[in-house]
Design a protein around this ligand. Sequence first.
Ligand SMILES: [Fe+2]
Length: 236
Amino acid sequence: MSVFSFEDLISPIGKERFYDEYQGKKHLAIRCSYPRFKDHFSWTELDNYLNSMDLNGWDRMPQCAVVLPEGNKLNPENNNQWTKKTHKKKFSKQLIYDLWENGNSIILPLSEHLNKTMWNQCEELEKEFGSGCANIYCSNQKDSNNYQIHADSTDNFLFHVRGKIRWHIYNEFEHQCKPGEATENTYIDLSEGDLLYLPIKLYHRVTTLSPRISISYHFTDVKYKRTKWYDWIGEI
Ligand SMILES: [Fe+2]
């Protein structure tokens, strides 16, 4: 199981330097020569998860959301609204499949419970940052549809699990200007095993360079509290 301590993750940048130079201030990319996060989530796990949809209502997949071509997202909470407005078919397995096939990305927020590797990784980083969670982002092609430029409400550690992705990092933070006025600072291409730290409220967006799975482990959202992991099966 590939679970990393905070120090291992950001090596060779030490903790002290991270807090001095990067936290809340600027992005940090750490490259790795091997796919160190490959156990965190797989295409098969995504397939299995999505195939459990629609068996009898929403409750089986409370997290699943799809980035719509209009830039907003479709999820269980806004489904009725979206259906009324667009007269499109209901959020369903077929609809999600069609959207996915057309290059719209799927997000599984608050999903660290989907396997024990992600769970343990959260626990490990929580030693440093307090209560956290994992969001999984999946795209099935190059140039898939993803969120437009935006800023996040927490610090993020982006684990690049599968495929290649380009991160566009902007100069401005949310309090400095509207998203449309932000100016691009740089872009960084990341591969399997690479890590990106993104400070809270810094504008960003992504372009996928291939099919991809990314996981954002993020912290300091005090509203979110997890209970412990139980070994339900035990000695059975
Ligand atoms: Fe984001």
